[in-house]
Design a binder for this molecule. Structure first.
Ligand code: ZN
Length: 185
């Protein structure tokens, strides 16, 4: 659970640290606001995708299922700045499928934590493997990182692309090709 009081103290110190007057009117409520915000954007720390991925439905002989353009917002663990973009999730069910909205829920569980895009991609793939036991999983994330666009190299519009390929997708290039075809690439 998020400790709001600790966050408030930390933000007050942070404001002092950057040379601000933490008591001026505009900043007076900021520690409280940030504490509430962190409670929301880091809510995934207390969650697992279990409740979303264990309600499955039987299916016979289904081919690849692709849920694309799932918008997500996460927080870079190196700078605590947002990174955000689209997740694309494909899987080949063995005999069970899950409601499509549950894939988006799964992305949220892992996105709402201090994160690395590479790790987020892997965690989504591993969760599907664990709970759905599919023939294969392919997860692709495309995101823009504020720590690259508003500071440092300042390259707005740069997309970081990460990929996790598991099971049948690893062994079978035709399946990977089908993924890219269904993605329209
Ligand atoms: Zn960063």
């Amino acid at each position: 659970m998020v400790d709001r009081e600790k966050i408030e103290q930390a933000v007050a110190l942070l404001l002092e640290g950057i040379g601000e007057d933490r008591n001026r009117e505009g900043l007076r409520e900021t520690p409280d606001r940030i504490a509430r915000m962190y409670e929301e954007i880091f809510a995934g720390l207390d969650q697992t995708p279990e409740k979303y991925l264990t309600r499955t439905f039987p299916v016979q002989g289904s081919g690849m299922i692709l849920e694309k353009d799932i918008t997500f917002y996460s927080t870079c663990e190196h700078h605590l700045l947002p990174f955000y973009g689209k997740a694309h999730i494909a899987y080949i069910p063995r005999d069970r499928v899950v409601g499509l909205s549950k894939l988006a829920r799964t992305v949220e569980v892992y996105a709402r934590r201090p994160q690395l895009q590479e790790q987020l991609t892997l965690q989504i793939a591993e969760a599907l493997l664990e709970y759905l036991k599919p023939e294969g999983v392919m997860v692709m994330l495309e995101a823009e990182h504020m720590c690259m666009t508003m500071r440092g190299v300042k390259k707005p519009g740069t997309q970081t692309v990460t990929l996790a390929v598991r099971g049948a997708f690893e062994q079978n290039r035709d399946l990977q090709d089908e993924f890219w075809r269904m993605m329209g690439r």
